[in-house]
Design a protein around this ligand. Structure first.
Ligand SMILES: Cc1ncc(COP(=O)(O)O)c(C=O)c1O
Length: 419
């Protein structure tokens, strides 16, 4: 980083040490840390979370912690004061360091990733740029995939002359059942050459076994574009271990970076299968950065990524994941015991993490679930969001964050009992 911008300097100037939250209790297993309310109260104290309602809609985007915001504000101020001298002379070098740090965390090589303004930009560039499709081929997505990625896949009909196949994922889902559903769809339509997989569904929180499904597809000569918008940071995994080829990720959901940070990943050796973005060949045939072009971006947001990673690493990825799972279990178990709610997200820990969706049994309409989310807020001060677009009907999604307390989810559980 440039002199004025070493992370230590910024954090020290902001009065923030990387250990602002304190390390998680030494030697304790993540599952024990997950239930240590005193520790999570210290974490929560580092966020300016709303106090006038219970915020259980942290899926839209994720609040950055106060120390990260303090560092971000300093980056913003520096970029603005140094203006084009900074962008022309120093930003490239600083961004290369941020890229190396992110790649190391993901367990991939720095030249396999490029920054984007979010998962949308990364995934649109991957889907739009994928150049192995021929007229008469088909592409496939599922009901749980994100709407704008579904439309990007649909757009390939006009762009590449392919047919578009849509499947509904099985409900209730099982690990093998999900793999089998994709395999059956590929067997049923051998024209399919590209599939979209959403690692963690924004509708229900369902976690897809993307490693297994992508491997199965590859064995059949089918590529997968993976939407990891909700996976990176919610779950503790190394992307490089999953054997995926084309992935879009978000830094402003679960990583806690400021808004405007995404990552595009293309596995080494596959970059030639994505066209240079709108003719930016000049950047180099083998360069992942030539596969997306954002123009002038919010440099400070990218400079704050290491600050967000420091904050997260002080807590620890396994502890974050375990905490989100514990918060989920704390309201799901009593809700199930009431017998009148359907929980759409499977209990199998391979298929769920923090996000969970539910509905009143049999009440699948949009209007029912909008009303349910409204009632939770109006009567109990619990903020959630209704989600539609599932083949089985609409639902209400509950998304905790690392600043969510046990009391917060108990308020949801009590509301579900009272309703
Ligand atoms: C599954 C999924 N994919 C992609 C996106 C797009 O992310 P962004 O709007 O930050 O680009 C989202 C955002 O909510 C999402 O939930």
């Amino acid at each position: 980083m440039s002199e004025a911008l070493t992370r230590r300097g910024v954090l020290a100037a902001a009065g923030v040490a990387a250990g602002a939250v304190g390390a998680a209790p030494a030697g304790a297993a993540p599952s024990a840390v997950a239930r240590d309310e005193a520790y999570w109260a210290k974490v929560a104290a580092q966020f300016d979370a709303p106090r006038d309602f219970v915020q259980l809609e942290n899926g839209n985007w994720g609040m950055a912690a106060r120390p990260v915001m303090a560092a971000y504000e300093q980056h913003l101020d520096m970029v603005n004061r140094r203006t084009s001298f900074y962008s022309r002379r120093q930003f490239g070098g600083d961004l290369a360091k941020v890229r190396a740090r992110v790649a190391a965390m993901l367990g991939v090589e720095a030249d396999e990733i490029a920054f984007t303004r979010g998962a949308t930009e990364a995934l649109q560039a991957l889907i739009g740029g994928y150049n192995r499709l021929r007229a008469g081929d088909a592409v496939l997505f599922a009901d749980l995939d994100y709407d704008s990625m579904q439309s990007a896949m649909g757009w390939l009909k006009a762009r590449r002359g392919v047919d578009v196949v849509r499947i509904a994922l099985p409900e209730p889902a099982s690990h093998q059942g999900l793999i089998d559903a994709y395999e059956a769809a590929l067997k049923a339509d051998p024209r399919v050459r590209l599939i979209l997989l959403t690692q963690v569904s924004h509708r229900t929180g369902l976690v897809l076994p993307v490693k297994e499904i992508a491997a199965m597809a590859r064995a059949r000569g089918v590529d997968a574009v993976v939407d990891a918008a909700h996976a990176w940071g919610q779950m503790d995994f190394r992307l490089g271990d999953l054997g995926l080829d084309f992935v879009g990720l978000n830094g402003h959901k679960w990583i806690g970076a400021p808004l405007g940070v995404g990552v595009m990943y293309i596995r080494r050796g596959r970059v030639g299968d994505i066209d240079p973005f709108m003719g930016s060949e000049a950047l180099g045939a083998d360069d992942v950065s030539a596969r997306v072009h954002s123009g002038t971006t919010n440099m400070a947001a990218f400079l704050a990524v290491p600050d967000a990673l420091d904050f997260r690493e002080a807590i620890g990825g396994p502890a974050v994941e375990a905490r989100l799972r514990a918060l989920r279990a704390r309201w799901v178990e009593p809700a199930l015991a009431l017998g009148r709610y359907e929980i759409l997200t499977p209990a199998d820990p391979r298929l769920s993490c923090g996000i969970t969706a539910f509905r009143r049994k049999g009440r699948v309409s949009d209007a029912d679930n909008q009303a349910l989310a409204r009632e939770l807020f109006d009567r109990f001060g619990v903020f959630t969001v209704h989600r539609a677009g599932l083949a089985s009907g609409a639902c209400v999604r509950v998304t905790p964050a690392i600043f969510t307390s046990a009391d917060d989810v108990d308020r949801l559980a009590a509301a579900l009992k009272a309703l």
